[in-house]
Design a protein. Structure first.
Length: 125
């Protein structure tokens, strides 16, 4: 019985460890290319992983150079994709960050009603 409990505990710990490693791949600053209109990155995604919880912020730059910053909500890891939401006023945007080879590049897809955003992103740190 003790051996079985120890094996079960080990399996749980290994599962949590692999989840933490997978989440850690997403941690850091992700940015789109620099917009010629604003001179800034169109989107900056700051992802933080603390105790197996993913959080952070997403910053959108408008054409007039104003910024909209929203917190990451309800993040879920699905393989090499992190799905999450952000709130802008009362509206919820749905986002997916999918890692590409090497985990330093990704594809960011966002949607709200008929609005769709598809951008390549690069991990800065």
């Amino acid at each position: 019985m003790k051996i079985q409990r120890s094996l079960n505990l080990l399996a749980i710990l290994m599962g949590l460890s692999s989840l933490a490693v997978a989440q850690a791949q997403f941690a850091g600053k992700w940015q789109t290319r620099i917009s010629s209109a604003t001179g800034k990155h169109s989107i900056t995604l700051n992802i933080v992983v603390n105790e197996d919880k993913v959080g952070g912020t997403l910053i959108l730059i408008n054409p007039d150079r104003s910024e909209i910053e929203s917190g990451i909500l309800n993040a879920e890891l699905r393989g090499d994709t992190l799905e999450f939401g952000t709130k802008v006023t009362q509206d919820t945007f749905d986002w997916r960050l999918t890692l590409k080879k090497g985990n330093k590049k990704g594809s960011l897809h966002g949607s709200f009603r008929e609005m769709v955003i598809d951008e390549d992103v690069v991990k800065q740190r």
